[in-house]
Design a protein around this ligand. Structure first.
Ligand code: MN
Length: 294
């Protein structure tokens, strides 16, 4: 994937600057055993954003909203990415893998040919806040062995962007920092960007990666000054292609996820926790799961 990082600095062509092409507001849903979530990608307004299949935000300090958790359930054909801002979640699967996701950590789980796992809160009160993103796998990786990248908070580099703005680099490259998540087919970039009041930052992204910005605190203006779109907490901006993304905070500052990935351009056939290329592959997944072959 070519990325001409210097082009906008040299020429200032507006064609290389990303703008918000569409704004989506998440919808309240219930999933797992009764966890209340906001679904931003994967609902009727935005069923997918190739290669992204789902984005959920969970944020509550009411245990009744999250205690039921996500008991045993399968996945095949894609990756689940859990990024925690507050609280603790215990993960366990049918291969004997376990892990504790704590505030500031990320788990990049490549389900591949299939796992059965549970994701359960490991707290009985207090704030539980984080995100789950589903990233599709290309045909040749859908049946790969499952793989976990459990990343502790201290392994995620933080980049100072100037003016008090900073970013945690979970995946991909930003300035001179490289995120700890490696070897993912869609070459993702996943940044958690914090902008204090009045600050602004430019973020470089591969020109042809699909990208979105999701504001989860405050307000952020996205795009060049003359064509910026303001997004408030809970709003996702689908971004045009381009090499540079301009972010500017409002009077109260803001914080957002900036996520980009290489689009796959493959057929998506989806049945709950199975995402494949054909209906036959979905039938095979159902059969394999019901026969205990995950
Ligand atoms: Mn799951």
């Amino acid at each position: 994937m070519a990325s001409v990082q210097g082009a906008s600095a040299l020429g200032g062509q507006t064609g290389t600057r990303r703008v918000v092409s569409r704004t989506i507001r998440g919808r309240a849903v219930s999933d797992g055993a009764g966890v209340r979530l906001t679904r931003v990608i994967g609902g009727p307004d935005l069923p997918d954003l190739d290669p992204f299949l789902l984005l959920d935000e969970f944020r509550s300090d009411d245990p009744g909203d999250y205690l039921a958790g996500f008991p045993d359930h399968p996945h095949r054909g894609f990756e689940t990415v859990t990024y925690m801002l507050a609280g603790r979640m215990r993960h366990g699967d049918n291969k004997g893998n376990t892990g504790l996701l704590r505030a500031g950590s990320v788990q990049w789980m490549t389900a591949g040919r299939g796992i059965v796992h549970s994701e359960m809160p490991e707290q009985e009160d207090g704030l539980m806040w984080g995100f789950q993103l589903w990233v599709n796998l290309p045909l040749e990786h859908k049946m790969a062995p499952p793989r976990y990248q459990d990343i502790a908070p201290e392994r995620i580099p933080e980049v100072v962007l100037g003016g008090g703005a900073r970013a945690r680099v979970v995946a991909g490259r930003l300035r001179d920092a490289e995120g700890p998540v490696r070897g993912v087919a869609t070459e993702p970039h996943y940044f958690d960007v914090a902008l204090p009041a009045g600050s602004a930052a430019d973020v470089a992204l591969p020109r042809d990666h699909q990208a979105f910005a999701y504001v989860f605190d405050g307000e952020v203006r996205i795009g060049p000054v003359d064509s910026a779109t303001g997004l408030a907490r809970g709003e996702l901006g689908v971004l045009s292609s381009g090499e540079q993304l301009r972010l500017a905070a409002g009077a109260n500052g803001g914080r957002l996820l900036v996520v980009a990935g290489r689009p796959l351009g493959e057929p998506i056939v989806r049945y709950g926790p199975f995402v494949m290329n054909t209906r036959d592959q979905i039938h095979e997944a159902i059969e394999d799961f019901s026969q205990g072959r995950f």
